[in-house]
Design a protein. Sequence first.
Lengths: 111, 117
Amino acid sequence: GESVGLHLPTLSVQEGDNSIINCAYSNSASDYFIWYKQESGKGPQFIIDIRSNMDKRQGQRVTVLLNKTVKHLSLQIAATQPGDSAVYFCAENNGGFKTIFGAGTRLFVKA
Amino acid sequence: NAGVTQTPKFQVLKTGQSMTLQCAQDMNHEYMSWYRQDPGMGLRLIHYSVGAGITDQGEVPNGYNVSRSTTEDFPLRLLSAAPSQTSVYFCASSQQASGSGGIGPAYFGPGTRLTVT
């Protein structure tokens, strides 16, 4: 498939371990944050989101943490599986209609 | 539901040619957007629409036009293709976010891979 993000930061984890992907955002007015997963040759896929009135939100095997003080967002994936290998993007929105994406992090899961 | 569909999947253009990238969604979302994705640069917003008849510019609008005559369709036109427009183009749609204003998460199409020679 198509390879995008050839020079992305890369995280390599062992299958079964937990993964933590970090993201720093720039706009202190942003109040809505989203994580996406992109597999090779496909469009980004929504994983989980969080609004600024929350610090933590959990989904199935994923948790997003938001630290507004230092403008930092993280995505935690529990019991990482080979199918989790992908590029992960954080995105921010300030309540309007423009969502800004980060550059992405590539996650490799070693079997 | 098919979700968001895009055509074509691949396209090669010569410099100066024009073309239209098609995008359609069947989720009745009011908000639609176009992004381009280049290696190492994430996704950059080209144009967006908050409803039929309403469009606005994103981060990188130059060289592109859009229109929104129906809720379902949001085509992207390249007026005179340039090698700098070689990229992967994604269309997305979102619902309005309930209560807080703004929009919810985006649902993306599979992309169009465009090469301009």
